[in-house]
Design a protein around this ligand. Structure first.
Ligand SMILES: [Zn+2]
Length: 229
């Protein structure tokens, strides 16, 4: 057991993704308390922040005749167009006021290039432009990644898959996440993660249970021992 190699990554717990925000994830603010509690169990915590310049090309308002949630073709592939959200320095881009993980050592800001969006905490949507997070984790010797935050079906999912692909042992703490679209989550999200990424629920922070049990029971016990006992 070496919890020194564990890192909790809290994805995009920002006002615009919570109730009343420009791109609110249903129940998004509900992850705050659990993220805080999990944060206290991890010596190493990284926060991410969606951080767009005004006029960002992921905004529908930057494309004449386009409405939010339509898609457009970018040089790197199809891109969903969003309402304006998480504009640099705005109240909507700020972390939720109750997020309380003061020992988080790094804030990764992503999506700050005008012409490219970034769902993943590791790579922008061209899957080539690195945010630097992978290098940071490697240099710090952090090899086991636990993910929480918003939204399960976009930034958490893409971050989890990239973490795994980068060689980090990766676990999504699912009750510490909320999805934008709960209807589609089984089809689009769970199938992609299957076999790649561990999935757990913490049962309100008191104990953990694995959601994908295939051959992963040992991992569950380790997780329980380290984080919730
Ligand atoms: Zn964004």
């Amino acid at each position: 057991m070496n919890s020194e190699s564990d890192v909790l990554i809290v994805i995009d717990v920002q006002n615009d993704f919570c109730a009343g925000g420009a791109l609110a994830v249903p129940g998004g603010e509900a992850v705050v308390e659990l993220a805080n509690r999990l944060g206290r169990r991890f010596a190493n915590v990284v926060l991410t922040q969606d951080w767009h310049p005004a006029g960002h090309l992921s905004f529908a308002s930057s494309h004449e005749g386009k409405a939010p949630f339509e898609t457009t073709d970018m040089p790197y592939g199809p891109q969903v167009l969003w309402p304006d959200h998480c504009v640099q320095g705005s109240a909507g881009a700020a972390f939720h006021r109750n997020l309380d993980i003061p020992h988080a050592a790094l804030v990764v800001r992503k999506g700050f290039r005008l012409e490219i969006d970034s769902y993943s905490a590791f790579f922008e949507n061209d899957h080539a432009t690195a945010t630097g997070l992978g290098g940071y984790l490697r240099e710090r010797g952090l090899s086991r990644v636990y993910l929480s935050g918003l939204a399960t079906d976009f930034c958490v999912q893409f971050s989890a898959l990239d973490a795994r692909e980068q060689g980090f042992e990766t676990t999504v703490i699912e009750d510490a996440c909320r999805a934008g679209d709960n209807e589609e989550i089984d089809d689009r999200y769970l199938k992609k993660l299957r076999g790649e990424v561990y999935r757990v629920e913490t049962d309100d922070g008191t104990k953990a249970r694995m959601l994908n049990l295939d051959g992963m029971r040992e991992r569950l016990y380790r997780f329980l021992a380290e984080k919730f006992v």
